[in-house]
Design a binder for this molecule. Structure first.
Ligand code: AMP
Length: 289
């Protein structure tokens, strides 16, 4: 696996590869890899002749009181895990190379990032779409993979790619879970054993919403109530939001005629966790994967 730090060198690597007729799949990450990241990489491997990944803890997507400084990092371990896939090239820039003094250009989606996490993390998605746009211009992939775990992020990036005419296929990948249902996340490393047990309430809540849906509930408020009951009965879990919104636009709906996403953000101790499930009235039997 080649490791490249400089944006210019990365562009040259990709230009040369494209010139040779290779296709490039790309999986951007913030590192501290787990099976969720690896599943995206393996899917990327299948979809192109070369696989690129990036490791960059992007400062512009963290708020002033968020966990940028303490975000878990382990470069050597991440490289080892990428080699098992295998990843062909890792782009791992320094923050100064991504945001040199004088940087002042932002990429921002509007409606799609107004609600859910966007309402609770001002500036977060602006940081995400800006860094992903930069990474796309640096890595020059044909296809890029994003996890459904970060559902609003996936939708925002799809929107950005359409709106700004990026010539890149965005491929969504399903959420990878621990055997007991907890969605894998680098932030799970923050959880104490007691918090780890309480964190299960998120996936339990989504299962409860899916069960209500299966039994015929077709009002978003009923799905939210089913999920909220579980979360609110778990001491030590502080709900930031539970919402059931249109899975495409992320806008509020009155009744469910098209796919709906039930999305949760909650704090378990000091750790902010998110999870979601998409429910489709055409296939009401669907369960949490
Ligand atoms: P991150 O390193 O958290 O920025 O995540 C990098 C990519 O991995 C994003 O596209 C995430 O949506 C995806 N990802 C994170 N956790 C999971 C998971 N449990 N299952 C599938 N994809 C994931």
């Amino acid at each position: 696996m080649e490791i490249i730090e400089s944006p210019r060198e990365m562009q040259q690597w990709s230009e040369a590869a494209r010139h040779r007729g290779e296709t490039i799949a790309f999986v951007p990450t913030m590192g501290f890899l787990h099976e969720g990241h690896l599943s995206l990489m393996r899917e990327g491997r299948r979809r192109a002749s070369l696989l690129a990944s990036s490791l960059f803890v992007n400062p512009t997507q963290f708020g002033p009181n968020e966990d940028f400084a303490r975000y878990p990092r382990n470069f050597e371990r991440d490289c080892e895990m990428m080699r098992t896939v295998p990843v062909d090239v890792l782009f791992a820039p320094r923050p100064e190379a991504m945001y040199p003094p004088g940087s002042q250009t932002w990429v921002e989606t509007t409606e799609i990032t107004r609600g859910l996490c966007g309402a609770h993390r001002p500036g977060h998605f602006r940081g995400v779409t800006t860094v992903v746009a930069k990474l796309f211009n640096i890595v020059k992939p044909h296809v890029a993979l994003f996890g459904e775990k970060d559902y609003q992020q996936l939708r925002a990036i799809e929107r950005m790619v359409r709106d700004l005419n990026f010539d890149i296929d965005i491929v969504p990948a399903p959420t990878v879970r621990e055997p007991d249902g907890l969605a894998m996340s680098s932030r799970n490393a923050y959880l104490s054993p007691d918090e780890r047990r309480k964190a299960l309430s998120l996936s339990c809540a989504l299962r409860a919403a899916a069960a209500a849906f299966k039994e015929g509930a077709r009002r978003p408020a009923d799905l939210v109530a089913a999920a909220a009951r579980i979360l609110e009965s778990t001491p030590g879990v502080k709900v930031e939001y539970v919402e059931a919104v249109d899975a495409e636009t992320l806008e509020a709906i009155d009744s469910i005629e098209r796919p709906v996403v039930v999305a949760i953000a909650a704090r378990v101790g000091n750790t902010r966790l998110i999870d979601n499930i998409v429910l489709n009235p055409q296939r009401p039997q669907a369960e949490l994967n």
